[in-house]
Design a protein around this ligand. Sequence first.
Ligand code: NAG
Ligand code: NAG
Length: 500
Amino acid sequence: RGWQNGPSVMRKGIRVRETHQVGPDTMRRVVRQSKFRHVFGQAVKNDQCYDDIRVSRVTWDSSFCAVNPRFVAIIIEASGGGAFLVLPLHKTGRIDKSYPTVCGHTGPVLDIDWCPHNDQVIASGSEDCTVMVWQIPENGLTLSLTEPVVILEGHSKRVGIVAWHPTARNVLLSAGCDNAIIIWNVGTGEALINLDDMHSDMIYNVSWNRNGSLICTASKDKKVRVIDPRKQEIVAEKEKAHEGARPMRAIFLADGNVFTTGFSRMSERQLALWNPKNMQEPIALHEMDTSNGVLLPFYDPDTSIIYLCGKGDSSIRYFEITDESPYVHYLNTFSSKEPQRGMGYMPKRGLDVNKCEIARFFKLHERKCEPIIMTVPRKSDLFQDDLYPDTAGPEASLEAEEWFEGKNADPILISLKHGYIPGKNRDLKVVKKNILDSKPTANKKCDLINVPKKTADTTSVQNEAKLDEILKEIKSIKDTICNQDERISKLEQQMAKIAA
Ligand SMILES: *[C@@H]1O[C@H](CO)[C@@H](O)[C@H](O)[C@H]1NC(C)=O
Ligand SMILES: *[C@@H]1O[C@H](CO)[C@@H](O)[C@H](O)[C@H]1NC(C)=O
C-alpha cells in the first residue's frame, strides 16, 4: 500500500499520511490559507444547557440527538419502551422529570431524524422493529405523544438508522439489523423500495448524496457501497475501505466524493476520501490517533468543512476538504473536559449569522445537553457573505412520486442574509392508498424478545380491527355525504330564490 511509505508528520496532534502523489509538492507542506483556520469553538454558559436529562445508554453508535431551528430532540432512557425528548430550543435549564416525551415505541429508540422540509416532523427507528413518524405541535409538547402519524412496518430486526431524503418530500430511508434498507413514501405509508440483498452484514451508516439520486453505506463487512436505490444496483464498492474490525462511517460530499472514517488493522483511527468512479485507491487516507470511539462525521456542504466527533472523546476536530493535495486539511480541534455520549448538529439555516456562527453542536453528556458554538471571528458587523453561501432551505424540490418515478433535483437554496425565520409548516397528512391492500405484517417475525411473535390468531384479530376501522370510515363518509346533501339542497333553494 502506497501510503505506508509516505511521509508522516505530526501536526497539531494529527499524523497525516499521504496515500499517493508523494512528491515535492506534498513534502513542502506550506501552511494553507483558509478563512476557517481560526474557527473558534466555545461551549455556552451553564444556564443555557438542557439539564437533568437521562441520555440513552443503549449500545448503538448513532448520534442520539437531532436538531433543527425550532427543536432539539434527544433519545433518553425510558422504562418499558423507548422515548425521546423534544424541547423547544429556548427551553434551556433544568428539564423536569415529568416533562412530556415521545413514547410510542415498545422498545428503545435507536435513531431519530428531523424532516428537512418540515420542522415539526421527526422520524424514529427502534428496537421494536418499526419506524414511526411524528408530528410535533407548533410550540412543543404539552402532553406525552404516543400516537405517531404513521407506523412503518417492514423490518424484521431492530431499526438503527432513519434518514430523510434531502430534496424529495416525504421520502424516508430506514436501515435495520436485518441488513435491509427500505425507502418509504411516508405520505402513503408504503414501502416502495426494499434493498434486502445488498448487505451481508450490519449496516453502520447510510448517507444520501446532495440531490438524493444515490446512497452510500458503510457495513460491518468492511465494504463501502455506492448504491442507486431506484435501479436497485450497486454502482461502486470498495472492500476493506478500512481494514480494522471496528465501525466505519461513510458520507457523501457535495461534489460526489465519499468521505469515510474507520480503523486500521492496528486500531488507529483513519479518515479517507474516495472517488466513486475509481474506488481502487483512496484520494487521501489519513491516520489520526489510537482510540476506540467511532468517529461521527458532520458535514457542511456550503463551506466544505467536516467536523469529526468521536463517541466517548471530549473533542471535535475539523477539516476542510479541497480539491488540492492533501485534500483533507486539518483545521483545528475544539477540546473540552468531559466525554461526549452523542452529538446533534444544527442545519445551516438555524445559525446566528450576526455572530458569524458557522456551526452549532449539541453535545450530550450523561445528564445534560450542552450547545457548542463555532464562530469565525470578524471585526465587521456586516453580513459576511463569504462565510454564508446560499444554503439548503426548507422547501422540498420534488414530491415523493416524482422521485420514485426517477426525477432528481438539487436542494432549493436560500440566502441567510437577513437570517432565517422559521415559517409555518403544514401538517403531515398520510393518505393510505388502500387499507386492505397494505402488506400483511403478520408473517414478519420480529427478533425482539419482549415483543410477542405475531401468530395466526393475532392476524385474524388484526383483520377484524381493520374491518372495524373500515366500517367506521364508511360510516363517517356516509355522514359527510348526508351533511353535504343537506347543504346542497339549501344552497339550491337559495339560488332558486335569487334567480326568481
Ligand atoms: C450516518 O451519517 C450521517 C451523515 O453524517 C449522519 O447524519 C447519521 O447520523 C449517521 N448515522 C448513523 C447511524 O451514524
Ligand atoms: C444528481 O447527482 C448525480 C450524481 O452526482 C448526477 O450524476 C446527476 O446529474 C444529478 N442530477 C441532477 C438533476 O442534478
